[in-house]
Design a protein around this ligand. Structure first.
Ligand code: ADP
Ligand code: MG
Length: 562
């Protein structure tokens, strides 16, 4: 992955942009790589919470400065502790006379530099205390927690310290409650891919495609154990199993933090979270606050970590306090417990098709689409977004399931199938196929299957294609599925008076030929139109899926004749 910014000046460049963007909340410390909150607290004698470390972890650390959280953050180079001088200057800018609580992850460089700065402050009469965060269970034995690193648990500990300071706790009390939070926080992480330093040509470490690393660090330190690729549920199990034995005693209330390391999608984290929540609930652990997102990242590392803070009354109250920082805001609302929610999947298909003709032909269509799903996706990816195969499978599964539940007429089943298809498939083709199915159903006027002649069918298809073009506004030659649909419709019309199945099969043959020929057309509608020249030589995915469907339907209908 390429990175923007040059290695020498990265720290300065991003910090400039950061204070420009969030000048409402933070301001730069003059002559230092550090920021402090802009709004002075209501309590002028408030303890200053100053956090820090190297950069590359955004929103940690500078993104966590603001009312209710940190008063200041010192910014080091990428993955490198800031110097004592920078710590000192930032602490001086943040101090209001009530002393400074330093908070940072347990790394040698940070310990030394923050320590030197604390001595210099003491010599000048500024009191300070330090909280070293040691939440990472993979970095040391439970018997020696002081040897463990600080990872995403940094956020949880800083949140508690920030809230306590905002409430007016004195320095020793802020330190004590932060130390309690740290003692009750544990984190376990999994990486799927390494991270790349700004300006570097290759990642610090790599994870093979088929592997995941358990117990990674946040500076490109590889994991402690390599496993095969996990599903979202298996990943959740690893995370929870890694933490449960380590959790300190509590009353069951916790904060659960599922943290993205920089390259993992929020949606993927939510997929994982469902199982995390279930597993915690089974173990009698209930998250009264859940955070899913990026809190302590590691440049562009792919992966997630799970942190648990075991609450008591004091920690629960402090965690719920409001704060307002560039990276995290909360209004201070508490929920007691949250029941896991699940979104219904209404479209599961039984394996064996029923006997109604619509059920049989749609199931045949579904099988053909499933077989060609990858190919349809590839065709759609030539000049568009590559989702046509997946969308069609989703749509057809829903269509089949709905037809099986629908009233036992051809019209009723097609109508239900069309609605379900559009709902489940989404996208342009979802809406368009939905209309084709439903309007064909409507055009059949509730006739019993045995009374559907070629003429009735041709009329119904005419009506459906009319509705289709009204909706999609495509013209023949625009390189859409219409270029397979029109030849189908015309051929069917030409067969009026003949046998229905024969007519259908001739019409599908015309659709197949026409779909192939779309390779020579340039797309004028749909997503592909923007990259029209790319698609030359490749048939239109919608035209191909249409020809596959009508062919499968024709073959299924033909079985009755033999
Ligand atoms: P999306 O374009 O929303 O990603 P799909 O990839 O599932 O949807 O479907 C793409 C196909 O939809 C195209 O290949 C084309 O055949 C068809 N299509 C898109 N827009 C139109 C339109 N306005 N009229 C007719 N067909 C269209
Ligand atoms: Mg598409």
């Amino acid at each position: 992955m390429t990175t923007l910014g040059s290695p020498e000046t990265f720290k300065q460049q991003w910090l400039d942009g950061f204070v420009t963007a969030y000048g409402r909340t933070v301001r730069k410390v003059p002559d230092a790589y550090g920021v402090v909150r802009r709004a002075e607290p209501e309590n002028p004698g408030k303890v200053a919470v100053v956090i820090g470390g190297g950069c590359g972890h955004y929103p940690a650390f500078a993104g966590l400065v603001g009312p209710g959280l940190a008063d200041g953050a010192v910014v080091g180079d990428v993955f490198t502790s800031p110097s004592a001088e920078q710590v000192y200057r930032t602490a001086r800018a943040a101090d209001r006379g009530a002393g400074v609580l330093f908070g940072f992850g347990n790394y040698q460089g940070d310990v030394l530099h923050f320590g030197l700065a604390a001595r210099r402050l003491a010599a000048e009469g500024v009191a300070s205390r330090t909280i070293l965060v040691t939440d990472d269970v993979a970095s040391g034995p439970p018997s020696a927690p002081e040897r463990r690193r600080g990872v995403a648990g940094d956020f949880l500990v800083f949140k508690i310290a920030g809230a306590a300071a905002e409430r007016g706790y004195d320095l020793d009390a802020v330190h004590a409650v932060a130390a309690k939070a740290n003692a009750r926080t544990r984190t376990f992480g999994v990486a799927f891919g390494g991270c790349t330093l700004p300006g570097a040509g290759r990642p610090l470490f790599t994870v093979a495609d088929e592997e995941m690393e358990l117990g990674l660090g946040i500076h490109g330190e590889p994991g402690t154990r390599t496993v095969g690729r996990l599903s979202a549920a298996e990943l959740a199990d690893e995370l929870v199993d890694g933490l449960l034995p380590e959790l300190p005693e509590g009353d069951g209330r916790v904060v659960a933090l599922l943290n993205g390391l920089g390259r993992t999608k929020y949606e993927e984290m939510f997929v994982t979270y469902t199982r995390v929540h279930e597993r915690l609930a089974q173990a009698g652990v209930s998250p009264v606050h859940t955070e899913v997102g990026e809190f302590v990242t590691s440049l562009d590392m792919a992966g997630v970590s799970l942190s648990i803070l075991v609450l008591d009354d004091e920690l629960a109250e402090l965690y719920a306090d409001p704060c307002d920082t560039p990276g995290y805001r909360t209004s201070g609302v508490t929920l007691t417990t949250v029941e896991p929610e699940s979104t219904v999947d209404g479209w599961s298909v039984d394996e064996s098709p029923g006997t109604s003709v619509v059920d049989r032909v749609l199931t045949a269509g579904l099988r053909s689409i499933e077989e060609h799903e990858e190919e349809l996706g590839r065709l759609d990816a030539v000049a568009a977004d590559g989702d046509h195969g997946l969308g069609m499978t989703r749509g057809m599964r829903a269509a089949v399931a709905a037809a099986r539940r629908a009233p036992d007429t051809v019209s009723g089943a097609l109508l239900a199938a069309g609605t379900a298809f559009a709902d489940a498939a989404g996208g342009a083709s979802g809406a368009l196929y939905g209309v084709l199915l439903a309007e064909t159903g409507a055009g059949l006027n509730d006739l019993p299957a045995g009374e559907i002649t070629t003429e009735v069918l041709a009329d119904a298809v005419d009506g459906a294609v009319r509705a289709f073009t009204e909706l999609g506004k495509a013209e023949p030659g625009d390189k859409t599925m219409l270029d397979a649909i029109e030849p189908f419709r015309i051929t069917l019309r030409e067969q009026v008076g003949g046998d229905v199945v024969q007519a259908w099969r001739k019409a599908s043959a015309a659709a197949v030929t026409a779909a192939d020929e779309t390779a020579h057309l340039r797309p004028a509608k749909g997503r592909a139109a923007r990259l029209a020249q790319r698609s030359e030589g490749h048939p239109d995915p919608g035209a191909v899926s249409f020809s596959l469907l009508v062919t499968a339907v024709g073959e299924e209908l033909g079985k009755d004749e033999n």
